[in-house]
Write a protein of this length. Sequence first.
Length: 164
Amino acid sequence: MYYVGEILSTHGIKGELKVKSDSSFDRFKEGNILYADIKGEYKKITINSHRKHNEFELITFNDFTNINQVLDYVGCKIYIKEHDRAKDKIDVYYEDLINSKIYDEENKIIGEVNDIIELPKGILLEVFNGDKKTLIPYVDEFVKEVNVKEKKIIIHLIEGLIPW
């Protein structure tokens, strides 16, 4: 199982839930099958509806239409099965980026990804080099190549991006 998000709270009274997604693409679209970990037991959920609200996902699933039907899911982590991950068109997950080495286009090491920060405007890579830290936007203008197997990311440096 691969972690893709967490159910934070209910939203309204019609069975809608607020989810913090840790997936970099539309994991919560209608018809997708996910699994909620309820006290160590994985329960299958099929997404009925999905919409964005600020930086969160709002979903309904399993034809639930009442807040009382979904209360047990609040606080649960959401997963996908490994074989579903293999079918995805996108090959990179947050956990694939953690501990990856960052290099510039001349193959000079910049640092290592320590964390992924998701903001409403996009994703940032938190990069450490010793005791120095910087944030690099995870956008095509900077991230030129991601090699998941080698845990290597090549970025295009511009002046001021790296403070050291």
